[in-house]
Design a protein around this ligand. Structure first.
Ligand code: NDP
Length: 325
């Protein structure tokens, strides 16, 4: 049996900070489970944890989601058993490893019709889509919405889910291949924001009315212009910073632009209880059963996580990606 290992960082920085270390075999405490990973999700937030944009206590094993097989259950674990195939999202990280020990309440069973290899790519991203479009701003049938980076990991799931809800999707992206794929997944209007004025295009598409909501995970590069895409009393959902953190804005701007709403949500607050976690993950698995496809054609060995981060930050990944332990 190969020695358990992790890819750890001991300081924040560029992609050279990862080092392979052995993991001591730690038996699970009461209410914990020890998981042998099958697949690990690669997320943009991992790059913020690495760079220090979102500082984490060091040394740290990054990685917020994975799937695997339960090797051992601590005392008092009720709803899971050894041999179960589970997935998890955890804010305490530890995913970039062959094994992880987590609270049993953070894990949920992966349905048999979903591949554990690919599920790791969409747990965090899919639950993010669920809370963004169903609870943060509940999108209604017939509404037209703007979703940035539509061909990304979160974006391609959101695109399909918004279509399931009966919305018209305006999506932005930066190259021809991504634009074609977004269209294939149902995006009604793809805007090349590297070439076109997306505010003007949104106004043209909506006959000058603007959209009731913008979902913006790009951040600095798109935030201000996104505000100009909103109709009066519209909602700006700023949920990420792929292009850099958004500068502080005056609340007065929200008034002058049309009594707008601004929210900066994060997944942890929307799956804060075991019940919310189970509901969000179930909604995701139901949406998959209803036809949402996982677009995960990119896989890296966990040992090559530095290359995985470089590729993600270069905007070269379409859809989702995983790391293989
Ligand atoms: P993506 O796969 O979407 O990758 C980020 C994408 O952002 C790129 O592919 C690129 O798409 C776009 N982008 C625009 N400008 C830049 C830039 N300067 N540098 C790099 N990328 C840029 O990542 P994820 O799906 O993992 O995450 C999407 C966003 O959602 C991230 O901001 C992430 O932090 C956020 N997020 C937030 C959560 C929350 O609860 N708040 C939870 C999960 C994710 P293109 O080439 O098409 O422009």
């Amino acid at each position: 049996m190969s020695q358990p290992y992790a890819m750890r960082i001991s300081h924040h920085g560029d992609t050279n900070v990862f080092e392979k270390v052995s993991l001591p075999s730690k038996p699970p405490q009461p209410n914990e489970i020890r998981i042998k990973h099958i697949s690990i999700g690669l997320n943009y937030i991992d790059t913020y944890h690495r760079s220090g944009l979102y500082p984490v206590p060091l040394p740290a094993v990054l990685g917020a989601e994975a799937t695997g097989i339960i090797e051992e259950c601590g005392q008092d674990v009720q709803h899971l058993k050894e041999g179960d195939i589970v997935g998890y999202y955890t804010a305490t990280l530890g995913g970039y490893a062959s094994h992880n020990t987590i609270k049993a309440a953070q894990a949920f069973l992966i349905p048999e019709n979903v591949s554990a290899q690919k599920a790791a790519a969409i747990l965090l991203k899919g639950m993010t889509c669920e809370y963004l479009i169903k609870r943060c701003f509940p999108v209604q049938k017939g509404q037209t919405v703007l979703f940035h980076a539509i061909a990304g990991g979160v974006g391609l799931i959101a695109c399909q889910w918004l279509k399931q809800l009966g919305a018209t999707v305006i999506g932005t992206t930066s190259n021809t291949q991504k634009a074609e794929i977004a269209q294939r997944y149902g995006c009604d209007h793809v805007i090349r924001y590297d070439q076109e004025d997306f505010v003007q295009r949104v106004q043209d598409i909506t006959n000058g009315k603007g959209v009731p909501v913008v979902f913006d995970g790009v951040g600095q590069a798109t935030f201000e212009a996104s505000i100009d895409c909103l109709q009066p009393r519209g909602t700006m959902v700023s949920f990420g910073n792929a292009s850099g953190a958004v500068d502080v804005m005056s609340p007065g701007l929200l008034a002058s632009k049309g009594s707008l709403y601004l929210t900066r949500p994060t997944l942890g607050h929307y799956i804060a209880t075991p019940k919310e976690l189970q509901q969000s993950s179930s909604a995701l698995f139901n949406a998959l059963a209803d036809g949402i496809e996982i677009h995960c054609n990119t896989e890296f060995s966990l040992k090559d996580v530095a290359q995985a981060h470089k590729t993600l930050e270069s905007r070269a990944i379409i859809g989702q990606a995983v790391l293989r332990p």
